[in-house]
Write a protein that binds this ligand. Structure first.
Ligand code: SDX
Length: 426
């Protein structure tokens, strides 16, 4: 017997199906609400609204749980690789040895960017933000590759092509803005090692790939790989629901990620800490500003729409940053500041009462700085990590036989009907 939820409205009782997910989450299926009652729901920011059924990622915001296809993020960060985790997210299972080999070969074969694209990079203003460059190049890829066909192998080729080329395009953007020669991908290097080599190798200063740096990058990207229906993923699904092409859907997601409330927070955190350090500001003062309702300042890297406890990814990234700095025998004054800021905030009633904890972006900049990534590329690093998640979510929407165009409703609060007034009477 299907469970239902009753709604009593204007003396009538309406029944709606109660949906229960595989982890016990419950939702009212209001698909027939307007038809039955004439009502729509209103939920600014969609804090209480589920947009889809999804089998990809499970989050429990109260317990700080994050699993990709059922596997806890802690196990994947410790035991998996970014390529293997990408396969898991996109295909729904861990790859066999053969599948992983074939996937890696496809990623290698697709790692070059069409030589004609160099002109695009050469003519982008040097001061462009790398997120703007990358999202433009992703959209441009459609011009170089045929419209996505509906056949399975074309789909696999298309998503693998982007997963591989996004690395190359990000590093090309970095090299071009510095007027340096680009570094081509190498067939003998793994996904992450190739990225590091394309970023930092130079004809006059060969880059030596440190295994701990490569491992830190693997973990960083695994931790960013998916996060259910966040702002950018919902954008990818929104654009995909209109059946715009795959590249346009992903490029739209990249633009959504760019904002400082979302993926742009990792850059905003480091800029906040760097200013605090430069001005020898007070941590207590920063926390006081974050609490002041008259001050628009927010403590960047703190708070989350879903996590009302410590973001499990932040815990891992903090340890990663400590270990990497220790291994490289460098200290980062911004890490010391971040640790102090966290301690002050987490002991403050405002943050405790509002369930505000460090999120994935609070410590991620420390790891990226240790790797040598420039601050304005931090969100690009987030985007590369999130790409397998966007692909998996886009594909789940694309493959959904019951898929519909995403088109929310509204409640109108503007003028009632009025008539045109000729300009000489206004
Ligand atoms: C990511 O959704 C995802 O999964 C995203 C992400 C992913 O992997 O895709 O996890 C990645 O985007 C992480 C979040 C990165 N953004 C930041 O670090 C920016 C700073 N954080 C905030 O702006 C905020 O916490 C949000 C935007 C992340 C979430 O805010 P909500 O859920 O919309 O909550 P809200 O803005 O309504 O705030 C609720 C209360 C408010 O106070 P009251 O008016 O109720 O008294 O908490 C306060 C807010 O003022 N608050 C903060 C705060 N975050 C929330 N106060 C000070 N500093 C903050 N950072």
């Amino acid at each position: 017997m299907e469970k239902t939820v009753q709604l009593i409205y204007e003396g009538k009782t309406y029944e709606f199906p109660l949906i229960t997910g595989s982890e016990g989450e419950k939702a009212i299926d209001i698909g027939s609400l307007r038809k039955q009652t004439g009502l729509v729901t209103l939920d600014p920011g969609y804090a209480n609204t589920g947009s889809c059924l999804s089998a990809i990622t499970f989050m429990d915001g109260e317990k700080g749980i994050l699993r990709y296809r059922g596997i806890p993020i802690e196990e994947l960060a410790e035991k998996s690789s970014f390529v293997e985790t990408s396969f898991l997210l996109i295909n729904g299972h861990l790859p066999s040895r053969e599948e992983l080999k074939n996937f890696s070969v496809m990623l290698n074969d697709q790692s070059l960017v069409h030589e004609d694209m160099k002109v695009f990079f050469q003519n982008f203003p040097r001061a462009s933000h790398p997120m703007g460059t990358l999202s433009s190049m992703v959209t441009a890829l459609r011009s170089f590759y045929p419209e996505l066909q509906n056949v399975e192998e074309e789909l696999n080729m298309t998503v693998t092509r982007l997963l591989s080329k996004v690395r190359t395009m990000a590093t090309m953007s970095y090299k071009f803005t510095r007027g340096h020669t680009i570094v081509y991908p190498r067939p003998d290097l793994s996904y992450c090692a190739n990225f590091l080599n394309m970023m930092f190798n130079s004809p006059v200063k060969p880059y030596v790939i440190d295994d701990d740096v490569k491992k830190a990058l693997e973990v960083f990207w695994i931790l960013h790989a998916d996060h259910e229906q966040n702002c950018s993923t919902s954008t990818v699904r929104m654009v995909g629901s209109g059946q715009a092409n795959f590249y346009a859907s992903i490029s739209a997601g990249m633009s959504a990620l760019w904002g400082p409330l979302h993926g742009g927070a990792n850059q905003a955190v480091i800029e906040m800490l760097a200013q605090l350090h430069r001005e020898k500001g007070s941590v207590k003062q920063i926390v006081a500003r974050a609490k002041d309702k008259n001050d628009p300042f927010r403590l960047m890297g703190f708070g989350h729409r879903v996590y009302k406890t410590y973001d499990p990814r932040a815990k891992i990234i903090k340890v990663l940053g400590d270990k990497l700095l220790d291994k490289l025998a460098v200290s980062d004054p911004l890490l010391d500041l971040a640790v102090e800021l966290e301690a002050v905030a987490l002991s403050d009633d405002y943050f405790i009462d509002h369930n505000l904890y460090p999120n994935v972006d609070f410590y991620s900049g420390i790891v990226l700085r240790a790797i040598g990534i420039p601050t304005n590329m931090f969100t690009v690093m987030f985007a590369i990590g999130r790409l397998p998640g966007w692909i998996a979510q886009w594909k789940e929407g694309f493959d959904d036989p019951k898929g519909k165009l995403n088109r929310p409703r509204q409640i109108y609060t503007g003028n009632n009907e009025m008539h045109y007034i000729p300009i000489d009477q206004r």
